[in-house]
Design a protein. Structure first.
Length: 260
């Protein structure tokens, strides 16, 4: 695209046009810094900063740390229900959740990172699910959920340390509140490719989650299965993890991820 507004339709509102250009750049490249954004728009860095921070205030873009690059933000999900596209977690993820929930008989959720919490964006309940709770739209602690651990394990070291610095609130008797213990869990999550939650969010509730990958190979979401502790015993976890991985490959492919 052109780096200036010459030759464009004079009816275009320049600030809106530039905002869309920023979103297109981030969608195309995955992330970009202020210098790169300013060069793309053909404006000074101060102008680019004001534009980007306005988008950030609406959660349409987010920053990796205080000085890191910017990327598409969680606020874009607000528009996902009105369009079809690679970031439409509700439409694309819904059938995947439903199919997996039918196979497992448990509740299946898709969650994404939303600042310092996990935001649940899609859910399906299997035939054996006993809980009627709807988690869609609910924000849950990263350190106390299986999806949250998957998302946090994939986050930058700075993001992890910021969460630890804020303290780890206890949600249930088995919630991990020790920073050192959580660091070990996050390392194991990265190595194993899944995370579990054994009565750490609610007494009697077990869950397990695996990552979902985007077109750039980064973790964009987590898909989890949750159910009562008596039915989702540790011995059953390997079977559920394999089912989740099959669903994750399907969902990741729909999100544009390809494995060469």
């Amino acid at each position: 695209m052109s780096n200036n507004a010459e030759g464009r339709d004079p009816a275009l509102v320049q600030s809106v046009d530039r905002a869309v250009a920023v979103l297109e750049l981030l969608a195309r490249n995955g992330e970009a810094g202020i210098t790169e954004i300013a060069a793309e728009l053909g404006v000074h860095k101060s102008s680019a900063s004001r534009l980007v921070y306005t988008l950030q205030s609406r959660e349409l873009v987010e920053q990796d740390g205080e000085r890191g690059p910017f990327r598409i933000g969680i606020g874009m999900l607000r528009f996902a229900g009105a369009v079809t596209g690679p970031v439409d977690y509700v439409r694309v993820g819904g059938p995947v959740c439903t199919e997996l929930a039918d196979r497992l008989g448990e509740t299946v959720n898709i969650a994404v990172m939303d600042g310092g919490v996990a935001l649940n964006v899609s859910q399906a309940r299997g035939g054996s699910a006993v809980a009627a709770q709807n988690w869609v739209g609910q924000r849950t602690p990263l350190h106390a959920t299986s999806s949250g651990k998957v998302l946090l394990a994939a986050a930058s070291a700075d993001e992890q340390e910021r969460l630890l610095a804020n303290g780890l609130e206890s949600c249930a008797p088995r919630t991990i509140t020790d920073p050192g213990a959580l660091r070990c869990v996050l390392r194991r999550t990265t190595e194993d490719g899944f995370a579990t939650c054994m009565e750490e969010l609610e007494a009697g509730l077990h869950a397990v989650a695996v990552p979902v990958f985007g077109s750039h190979g980064d973790v964009v979401a987590a898909i989890s299965a949750a159910g009562p502790a008596y039915r989702m015993a540790p011995a059953r976890m390997p079977e559920i993890v394999e089912e989740l991985r099959v669903a994750s490959r399907d969902l990741s492919a729909r999100m544009g991820h390809s494995v060469l």
